[in-house]
Design a protein. Structure first.
Length: 133
């Protein structure tokens, strides 16, 4: 792999991070789709009131599972986006983590939104998972 992974390589790293999660976790996540882009689309940034696209490393779009209805299920699969350029920029400032660890962190964080977890719950889960390594 090149020093700076292109979108295809980054997508593969992201899929590997998801595949490395416990099977029960992936099964519970259901039909989620993961996308990698260089940066978020301008309309997404505007909706989130983010001026600098380098300030968004990941995004969850969909209905959290805790709000999903059996009688009125969502028609579209929930999606997770990882943004390559902001993640690489963050990595450059974080000598304490590898790209694989950073990608895994963002994937888990965005999956947390899918499960309806609060930021505090996700931080606790991520802290527990880093303690195990």
């Amino acid at each position: 792999m090149s020093k700076t992974p292109d979108l295809e390589e980054f997508q593969a790293l992201t899929e590997d991070a998801y595949a490395s999660l416990p099977e029960d976790f992936r099964r519970a996540a259901g039909r989620i789709v993961i996308h990698v882009q260089d940066v978020a689309d301008p309309d997404v940034l505007a909706e989130l009131n983010i001026v600098n696209p380098m300030h968004l490393t990941g995004l969850y779009q969909g209905v959290p599972l805790i709000h999903e209805s059996v009688t009125f299920p969502s028609q579209e699969a929930p999606r997770i986006f990882l943004y390559r350029k902001p993640l690489l920029a963050e990595l450059a400032t974080r000598p304490d983590v590898t790209l694989k660890e950073l990608i895994s962190h963002v994937v888990i964080h965005e999956l947390g939104h899918h499960f309806g977890w609060s930021d505090e719950e996700m931080d606790a889960i991520l802290a527990d998972s880093s303690d195990e390594t």
